[in-house]
Structure formats: structure tokens, C-alpha cells
Design a protein around this ligand. Structure first.
Ligand code: NFS
Ligand code: SF4
Length: 661
């Protein structure tokens, strides 16, 4: 990490504790992605970043220059075709990642319903809601029986060949009509990924709009299919998130405990580790090794999953995964799938830390593998923790930053938002819609997705600051949410410090932060449900495209972020990224940035990070204008009835408890 001082990004890193760590000798020896970016010393290939490099057949690779006749592909493919194919393949890969994650969660759910895991069906109310969505009889049936039927129906959606994915019908009716008319309703989840890969094979679909039609269908199979199944069934099994206080910071590692970080995405293993970390036998073993106990901490989206549901602290986000290990204080980093850098196994060379892979799909050189079996979940978890405890005595020099920890309040599932804003006795989105209509809240801005080493770490913070100062309520997921947590934006106090008058008034009355942590990346499906609830509540138009709501993944890096962006656009929500690999193809770019609007009521947008907040606010104002609610209003104080309604939601179960465990 020698470059911690030279590079823009590192100078801004987060809450002070990363800088603090980087200044320690032991961390200076570690090479990170920042160093690798500097060492590469070359800028990205223009064809690759413009979307016009094709290597899908062996006559290529072909680098296409739009408008130059001699520079089409050997097969004659144009820039528009190639860029659309490449983009569509990003959507397919992102969808595949969410899909495979979701499939594992559904399989775990079925095993749980059969009593084969240490978990149980926790949220019976949500089980019943989902049973209704799937048309499953509830009556006085046992919860496990209903869950088993739901699980099997859900699993069948992956391989379904005809019909439509069930949860599409949760969308606003107008939205559903648009999808039907355009012929983009997903038939089955896996089918749409396979068809996307087929259509982008050499010599198949050669019309960029038609390619993007399948990309739209594929992305809906992610958002309203796989991701939504994953979120809902995981909630039923592990509990729907309610507000919890916790911490997101490197400093959550403990000097006197066995530190085990969970990194990846599928929370089945992490939940088992949470249970096993309280096992008497293991605690005795830890004590014998000289530790006070076992300290679990999250990284990336597994971190988000157990943060949201259990209040377990997060040690670091995507860009911090190497730094978490650079502390020298981690006995084991347990990884499963997605967003795990190959470098983590190199960072721990010469340290006592084990990198433990747990999923047969994702092995790493220089790591050890302990396969996680869901029917032996507890035993697998114990095996992993036993290994970590064995490492504690071998810990050498370490450094855990201790200052600048911000508390975070997390757990803003759709249900929590409903409850919190609607009040205990009248759960609804009415007060939210009313506050948008009366202008206290200007609109909704979703900040989602990854972090990126090529950009400064305060990008999310600066965007959120500008949004909330302009009374835009921010909903955050993924690593973006963690970045905001590190900067103190997930505290109720942030409303007083940063929010505009209207938003501040609402936040202070309810006691909520101006930036709500909604969950992991698969939990972007919660945003679809929240937006739908706003439409159904009335007063803000008939479909998602009329809502003053806009999304951005300012620092996207993974294909999953593109799949997410695509399903939001196809669902009617405008989405702004900092760049997209499309600019080498003129007609295709025009279609993505404008043409899609005619089809789905929303399009992609591109803006430099410093302009993203402005672009988001402009998009919100455009919707407010169209709804006729953009009048500049006098600030109206809430009347007593309204205040009572809002206050009814303040004392939530779980609020203020949880925390460091
Ligand atoms: Ni989302 Fe979450 Fe993070 Fe990006 Fe990776 S962990 S699934 S893909 S980097 S937000
Ligand atoms: Fe080149 Fe066409 Fe083959 Fe792509 S499909 S690599 S453009 S020949």
C-alpha cells in the first residue's frame, strides 16, 4: 500500500480508520489494487471501454470503428451490434450471478422447511404473503409444509420454460401491460439467461434493439425473478430486517477475540457461522487459546446480509477487502462467491490468516477449501471456526484502527419503511407519498452498487450529501450503502447535519436517517417493491416511470450492477451510471440514453461522478413537473395529527439494540 499517499482515491478513504491503517508499517508492505492500478500505468483500451471490441468468435478479435466501412467486424458486424451484444452479455452474466445465488438460497430454504438445517422459518407473516402471491393454500397448514411448497414452486421458476415468472404480477398493472405489449415478460429465469447468451453468439441476433429486448427480459428475470425470490425467502428464513444499530468500520475487529470475517454473498453459511459462534464448545476452545470469544464481521454483501438481519458489524466493503486482512488481526476470512479479489490470498502470505473457500464453484490458489454443505451447515461452520481458533495463537504483529467509528442504523426493508413512515396502527406509504406531494421530500434517490479503485472514495458521500441537502430521501444498498455508513450518513443525526429543511423535518419526526440502508445487492428487489407500493398508494402516477424516483450506481464495477440497472430501466426507473461501455456505437448509445424511454418510460443516463447528484435531482424535478407537484411551496409545519401518525412509528422493535456482537 505504498501509494496510499499518492493516489487520489486513497487520500479520501473513509472515516479515517483506513488512512490510519495505511500509515502503519505492517500495512505499507501490502500490495493492493491501488498499487496495481498505478503499476499498470496505462489507460483502458478505447475499443473495450467504448463497447466495440468483439471477441465472440475466432475470426476476431475485431475492433470496430463506427462509421468506417473498412472497420466493421470480419463477419460484417457493426459497432451498434457489437456494443449491444457486449452490453447484453453483461446483463446475462449479472443475472446469472444473482440467479445462482438465489437458487442456493431457495435450496437452503427447502432444506430448512424439511428440518435439515439449523435454521427455521422465522417470518411466518411474510411466508403467508408469499404463499398468497404464489396461490398456495394457507388454511391451518403447518408453516414448514407451506414453506416446502413455496420453496418447490420457487425452485421450479428457474427451470420453467413457458408462462411467466410469478412475481411479475406484484408490479404496477400499467408496468405489467407494458412488458406484455413489448413481449419482454420472462418465461423462466434460467431460460432468459441462456437465450441471451445464444442470441449474442456469432451470427445470431444482429439488431441492437432486438438484442436489448432480450436484455430487458433477462434483467426482469433477475429483478422480479431471482433476486426477489432470494430476498423474500431469505427474509422468511432468517427474519425480515428491522432497524438495528451497528458499526461499519475496520475498527470492529477485536484485539482480544478470534476475528472471522465473512466475505461474499450467499448468507446461508454466514448465518450458520453466527449460530456456531455462540457454541459453548467452540467458546471454550477459543478461551483455551487465550481469546475472549469469537468476533464475526462482514465484508461486502454477505456483510450486508448479516448486518441487516442481525446487526453484526461490517469490517469493510469491496475496496477494503485487502485492508481488512492487512490489519494482521484476522484469523480467517471465509469466502463464498462473487466480488472476492484473487489478491486476498496473496495479502495474507506470511501472516497467520487463512483464506477459506467454501463453495465448490469458487476455489482460489493459495486458499484452503472447506466445502459448505447445507445439510451439515452447523458442522461445516464449526469446522471453519475451529480452524480460525487454531490460528489465534499464531497471530503476529497486528493493528486495528480504533477511532472515528460512526454508528449506523440499518434494517430498512420495505416492511420497515412501511411501518416507520406509516405508523404502528396504519402501516402504509401514505405519509411518504404525501410528503413527496407536499414537497417536504423532493423524491427518492437510490444509490446502489459497487466501489471502484479508480475513483475517490468520497463519491457516494458527496452525491448523498447533495441529494439530501435538496430533500431527496436516499435509499442505499450494496457496497454503496457501506461507503455511506463509513461516512456517517446512516445515522439519524445525519439528517440534522446535512438534510434540507423538509427532509430533515420528516427524518427528525420519525427518528430515521436521511439515507436508508435497504440491504445487499439482491435486495435491490426491495426497491422494486417499495416503488410499487408508492405507485399503489396513489397520487404519484400509475406506474414506476411517473414517480419522482431515480437510481444510480455511481461506482459500478461488477456485471451484476449492469443487470440491476437494466431491470430498473425496464421497470420504468431512470438510472444514471458514471460510464457505460457503449460510447463507441452512436445509434446504440442514442437508443440507450433516449430511445428506451419510448419503450419503458425510462432510460439509462451517463454523467461524471461530480454531476450525478445534479442529474438525479433534474430527473426527479422532471417527474414532479409532469405530475404537477413541482410548485415551490411555503414550508408548512406539520399539524398535530400528522405528527402523531409519524411518531407512532418511532419505537420499532429492535431499534437501538443489537450492535456489536
Ligand atoms: Ni453488489 Fe455486493 Fe459490492 Fe458491487 Fe460486489 S459486493 S453484490 S457487486 S462490489 S456492491
Ligand atoms: Fe469479429 Fe464478427 Fe467474430 Fe465478432 S463475431 S469476433 S465481429 S468476426
Amino acid at each position: 500500500m505504498a501509494k496510499s499517499n499518492g493516489c487520489d482515491s486513497c487520500n479520501d478513504i473513509t472515516g479515517g480508520s483506513t488512512i490510519d491503517l495505511l500509515n502503519q508499517d505492517l500495512a505499507k508492505k501490502v500490495r493492493t489494487a491501488y498499487d496495481r492500478i498505478e503499476d499498470r500505468g496505462m489507460s483502458a483500451c478505447l475499443f473495450g471501454s467504448g463497447g466495440t471490441c468483439c471477441r465472440i468468435c475466432n475470426m476476431g478479435p475485431c475492433q470496430i470503428i463506427d462509421g468506417v466501412e473498412a472497420m466493421v467486424g470480419i463477419c460484417g458486424a457493426t459497432a451498434d451490434t457489437v456494443a449491444a451484444r457486449n452490453f447484453a452479455r453483461l446483463v446475462a452474466a449479472g443475472t446469472a450471478a444473482h440467479t445462482d445465488h438465489a437458487r442456493e438460497m431457495v435450496r437452503g430454504f427447502i432444506a430448512t422447511a424439511k428440518g435439515e438445517t439449523p435454521h427455521e422459518i422465522k417470518d411466518v407473516a411474510k411466508l403467508h404473503t408469499m404463499a398468497e402471491v404464489f396461490g398456495i393454500e394457507i388454511g391451518d397448514r403447518d408453516k414448514n409444509e407451506i414453506a416446502l411448497e413455496l420453496g418447490e414452486r420457487a425452485l421450479a421458476e428457474f427451470g420453467q420454460q413457458e408462462g411467466t415468472v410469478t412475481m411479475l404480477k406484484r408490479a404496477p398493472e400499467k408496468q405489467q401491460k407494458i412488458w406484455k405489449e413489448k413481449g419482454v415478460e420472462p418465461r423462466g429465469i434460467d431460460r432468459e439467461v441462456v437465450e441471451m447468451m445464444h442470441r449474442t453468439h456469432m451470427g445470431v441476433d444482429q439488431e441492437y434493439k432486438n438484442i436489448m429486448k432480450q436484455a430487458a427480459r433477462c434483467s426482469l428475470a433477475d429483478g422480479w425473478g431471482a433476486s426477489m425470490l432470494s430476498t423474500e425467502l431469505t427474509d422468511i428464513m432468517f427474519g425480515t430486517p428491522v432497524p438495528k444499530r451497528s458499526i461499519i468500520d475496520l475498527g470492529v475487529l477485536r484485539a482480544d477475540m478470534v476475528n472471522v470475517t465473512v466475505h461474499g454473498h450467499e448468507p446461508l453459511l454466514a448465518e450458520s457461522l453466527c449460530l456456531a459462534a455462540e457454541d459453548e464448545e467452540l467458546l471454550a476452545l477459543a478461551k483455551k487459546a487465550g481469546a475472549k470469544g469469537i468476533n464475526l464481521a462482514g465484508v461486502c454483501c454477505t456483510g450486508n446480509e448479516i448486518l441487516m438481519r442481525r446487526g453484526i458489524p461490517v469490517a469493510g466493503s469491496f475496496i477494503q477487502q485487502e485492508m481488512v486482512l492487512a490489519t494482521g488481526a484476522v484469523e480467517a476470512m471465509v469466502v463464498d462467491v462473487q466480488c472476492v479479489m484473487q489478491s486476498v490470498a496473496q495479502v495474507v502470505k506470511g501472516k497467520h490468516t487463512d483464506i477459506i473457500t467454501t463453495n465448490y464453484r469458487a476455489k482460489m490458489p493459495d486458499a484452503i477449501h472447506i466445502q459448505f454443505e447445507e445439510d451439515e451447515a452447523y458442522e461445516s461452520a464449526k469446522k471453519i471456526l475451529t480452524r480460525a481458533i487454531g490460528n489465534f495463537k499464531k497471530r503476529g504483529d497486528f493493528y486495528i484502527p480504533i477511532d472515528k467509528k460512526f454508528d449506523v442504523v440499518v434494517g430498512f426493508s420495505h416492511e420497515t419503511i412501511n411501518y416507520m413512515l406509516g405508523g404502528r396502527f396504519r402501516q402504509s406509504y401514505r405519509p411518504l407519498n404525501d410528503n413527496i406531494i407536499n414537497g417536504r421530500i423532493r423524491g427518492i434517490g437510490a444509490l446502489v452498487g459497487c466501489e471502484h479503485y479508480k475513483h475517490s472514495d468520497d463519491v457516494h458521500f458527496e452525491i448523498a450529501k447533495e441529494l439530501i441537502a435538496n430533500n431527496v430521501l436516499v435509499l442505499a444498498t450494496g457496497c454503496a450503502a457501506q461507503a455511506l455508513g463509513r461516512r456517517g450518513m446512516l445515522r439519524p443525526e445525519a439528517a440534522t447535519e446535512y438534510a434540507g429543511d423538509g427532509l430533515r423535518e420528516v427524518c427528525e419526526t420519525v427518528g430515521m436517517p436521511p439515507v436508508l440502508h435497504v440491504g445487499s445487492c439482491v435486495d435491490n428487489s426491495r426497491l422494486l417493491i417499495a416503488l410499487t407500493a408508492m405507485v399503489k398508494e396513489g397520487g404519484l402516477g400509475d406506474d414506476i416511470s411517473e414517480l419522482p424516483a431515480v437510481g444510480s450506481a455511481p461506482l459500478w464495477m461488477s456485471e451484476k450492477a449492469v443487470a440491476i440497472g437494466q431491470y430498473f430501466v425496464t421497470s420504468g426507473a431512470h438510472v444514471i451510471f458514471q460510464d457505460l461501455p457503449i460510447k463507441g456505437a452512436k445509434k446504440f448509445t442514442e437508443f440507450m440514453l433516449n430511445g428506451m424511454k419510448e419503450e419503458y418510460g425510462a432510460s439509462w443516463g451517463v454523467a461524471e461522478t461530480k454531476d450525478i447528484a445534479k442529474a438525479m435531482i433534474a430527473a426527479i424535478d422532471e417527474k414532479r413537473e409532469a405530475l404537477g407537484i413541482n410548485k415551490k411551496q411555503e414550508r408548512v409545519l406539520m399539524d398535530m395529527a400528522m405528527r402523531r401518525d409519524l411518531e407512532a412509528g418511532t419505537s420499532l422493535p429492535g431499534m437501538g439494540c443489537g450492535g456489536e456482537s
